[in-house]
Design a protein. Structure first.
Length: 292
């Protein structure tokens, strides 16, 4: 029960990150940099304390291959974050989040090619349902051509979903490294990768309120949530995870509608429903997906 509560709380906080990111006043690259920095500090401290407590134990052998996979997974994770927050800059949270959650279905498709996993007819039907839903929620019915639809920025959300899927698939190969140490490696890598691209002038005119949201996004939405997420993940059954992951998009959409006053049209409402139906199948197959 305690593990379920921690996982549900982590999903609920994940769902609010879109709203909080808009309040930070930072572009995507600078925001992801801050997330990585804060998470590295908090999770690094937790990891260090845990290491000191268990220093008497014989350390497990970690193959070098797993460190390489952790770094590669970290690259995909950082790109995924940058694209996701970029999508939030150019489209409503409801649209971006709905498209972003196409990722588990992409995992299913990529898994069929990379791991030779057979896609059932049922899986293919759910994919088509989910894909149709993402097109509707993205507002494809409002545009005369595909080019106009893509120009709305929907490509950022699709790209984020794609790299989200690559993060999940790469993470499947990490078996010996603990989730906490893996995350510390990835967020620390993010700091190193992004620092050359950070425009420091974007920090010069931030208000106290902006900084408050920035620190919450970094330490709470990233550091604390990752800790709650990973500390509960291995104690839960796949069916439980498949249900609780819906807390994330539900919270995101509710906040967008109630606080930011976003009003999806009838086609987008249908699209949201189809996306939820579609992802209700794929999470049961992929329970190791790393969240934003």
């Amino acid at each position: 029960m305690y593990a379920k509560l921690k996982f549900a709380i982590s999903m609920a906080i994940f769902g609010s990150i879109g709203l909080f990111s808009l309040k930070t006043g930072l572009p995507s690259i600078e925001l992801v940099f801050i997330r990585c920095l804060c998470a590295s500090l908090l999770l690094g401290a937790i990891w260090g304390i845990g290491t000191l407590k268990t220093k008497q134990q014989k350390p497990n052998f970690i193959p070098r291959r797993e460190y390489v996979l952790a770094l590669l997974c970290g690259v995909f994770l950082i790109i995924n974050w940058v694209f996701f927050f970029r999508s939030l800059e150019v489209m409503p949270i409801t649209v971006a989040v709905s498209i972003y959650h196409l990722a588990p279905v992409i995992v299913l498709l990529l898994g069929s090619f990379i791991f030779k996993e057979k896609i059932t007819k049922t899986g293919l039907v759910f994919f088509l349902i989910c894909f149709l839903g993402t097109l509707l929620v993205g507002g494809i019915h409002r545009y005369a051509t595909i080019a106009e639809f893509v120009s709305t920025g929907v490509i950022w959300a699709f790209a984020a979903a794609f790299f989200y899927a690559l993060t999940s698939i790469t993470g499947k190969g990490i078996q010996s490294l603990s989730p906490l140490s893996t995350t510390v490696i990835q967020t620390s890598l993010g700091v190193l990768l992004l620092i050359p691209f950070v425009d420091w002038s974007n920090f010069m005119h931030l208000t106290f309120e902006n900084w408050l949201y920035i620190l919450i996004t970094g330490f709470i939405h990233t550091g604390l949530v990752f800790y709650l997420f990973f500390s509960s993940l291995r104690e839960l059954k796949a069916q439980t995870i498949a249900i609780l992951v819906f807390v994330d998009p539900i919270v995101a959409i509710l906040l967008d509608v109630t606080i930011l006053n976003y009003r999806p049209d009838i086609y987008q409402l249908l699209g949201i429903l189809l996306v939820f139906v579609g992802i209700s199948y794929s999470p049961k197959k992929e329970k190791g997906i790393v969240k934003t």
